[in-house]
Write a new protein. Structure first.
Length: 438
């Protein structure tokens, strides 16, 4: 299949709203075929510190697959800033890759386009069965009551990374367990001339991930039980304000981070400029930037009070990457073989080790290598205190609308403009107006 460059996302919204089954990538036959059995195109998401790092991780595994099957995989690593638009454009044009990575939070939205191969019992049987995968990962593969739109590939959760030397210099003996403790520790760190907490204020997806967790900690959600947007409840407003106030009021996030959107906060942490970082599975990224694992600690993301758990103690969304197949692929058998290969026990251990993520495949996750150090914190979070973002068809629009609203609020905070409950509610009202009418 030929790859295509993205156009503006507005044009693809029609497909998302109408869920036209004709929207799809691949061959012109209207369904999957095996017209091109010797090649596959694969769009991989940028998981490492750079596109080049990903190529070094993935190419040896793709070569291994070619040696086993005789199928050559043409790889393109797509930056996160481009990936969703690229996928949506491919879905509407019918010109997409055979296999692609998707953010697991997009599963229901992309499922609604009709472009992706449904993973029914028959298709799961071809890759060893659905029961090979852990429940938390399967919970982010599409809308409830429908066959999954993708298969889990990498599982991640957020954690708090902290610089041990900066903490020691500030007289802090342990990582903060609550947001109040984080703010108090931040003041001590700043008194020593360091920045306290990094953030990606201009990255809508990062913003959504954090305010979603804050909302759950405030006992709220961004959608009603029947899937309608509910962005302006008092508790949602309080949650978004608390997150933005880490810059606006508490001053623990530097104002310059309002412009960050390309992992600059990770680089600042790796370089010892910032004491703390809230991030998904950051170890490999930090190592690639020269930070030794003994220089930092990892702890659960703070909660309002007590310890992480269910309900108001949630401290992470269920993060991760899913592997999807365009329904109209012209190498359906090869695409299925590739998914089986990438989710095999052996490859799961290799790939998730390389990316410091957690295998969503039960047998691989049970390997002792994923039960120590940072991996233990991430694994425990996924098992006990993480929750999936809403698996609704409008999820990708939600990420864009609310994530951009938070971006604008960070910009206001950086400019010294007051962040009030009224200004937060106004920003969220504007975001809700951008959602599709029900």
């Amino acid at each position: 299949m030929r790859r295509t460059r993205a156009a503006a996302a507005g044009a693809v919204t029609v497909c998302l709203l109408t869920a036209v089954t004709a929207c799809g990538g691949g061959s012109s036959t209207g369904g999957g075929s095996n017209d091109s059995p010797k090649t596959l195109t694969y769009w991989a998401s940028n998981q490492g510190a750079s596109v080049e790092v990903d190529k070094k991780v993935l190419q040896p595994e793709l070569d291994k697959f070619e040696k086993q099957t005789g199928i050559k995989v043409e790889l393109e690593v797509v930056p996160w800033s481009d990936l969703l638009n690229r996928i949506l454009t491919a879905a509407t044009s019918g010109q997409g890759p055979d296999v692609l990575n998707i953010g697991n939070t997009w599963s229901a939205s992309l499922q609604a386009t009709g472009a992706l191969l449904p993973w029914d019992a028959k298709n799961f049987a071809k890759i060893g069965g659905k029961d090979r995968f852990v429940d938390s990962a399967l919970g982010s593969t599409g809308a409830q009551g429908q066959d999954p739109a993708a298969v889990p590939l990498y599982s991640m959760s957020y954690a708090l990374y902290y610089n041990k030397e900066i903490f020691a210099d500030a007289g802090i003996s342990k990582p903060p367990a609550t947001w109040a403790e984080l703010v108090a520790d931040g003041k001590k760190i700043q008194a020593k001339g360091k920045s306290a907490l990094g953030a990606e204020g201009s990255n809508p997806s990062e913003n959504v991930h954090h305010v979603f967790v804050f909302a759950r900690q405030h006992g709220a959600d961004f959608f009603t039980a029947d899937g309608k947007p509910d962005f302006t409840s008092d508790n949602v407003v309080a949650a978004v304000k608390q997150y933005v106030d880490l810059m606006a009021k508490d001053k623990v996030i530097p104002t310059g981070n309002a412009e960050y959107a390309q992992n600059q906060s990770v680089s600042d942490f790796a370089q010892g400029k910032t004491a703390m970082l809230l991030w998904q599975s950051a170890a490999a990224n930090l190592t690639s930037q020269g930070m030794s694992e003994d220089e930092y600690g990892i702890a659960p993301v703070p909660v309002q009070s007590g310890a992480p758990g269910v309900g108001a103690q949630v401290n992470s969304m269920v993060a991760g990457i899913n592997l999807a197949v365009f329904k109209n692929t012209d190498n359906l058998d090869g695409a299925t073989k590739f998914v089986k290969f990438m989710t095999s026990d052996a490859e799961q251990k290799i790939l998730n080790t390389a990316y410091s993520s957690i295998p969503p495949v039960k047998a691989a996750q049970a390997d002792p290598a994923f039960s120590t150090g940072a991996d233990k914190v991430l694994k425990d979070t996924l098992a006990t205190s993480a929750i999936a973002l809403p698996q609704v068809a409008d999820e990708s629009q939600f990420e864009t609308a609310v994530g951009t609203a938070v971006k604008d609020l960070f910009a206001d905070a950086a400019a010294g403009r007051a962040i009030t409950a009224s200004s937060v509610k106004a920003a969220l009202e504007k975001a809700q107006q951008q959602m599709p009418a029900k």
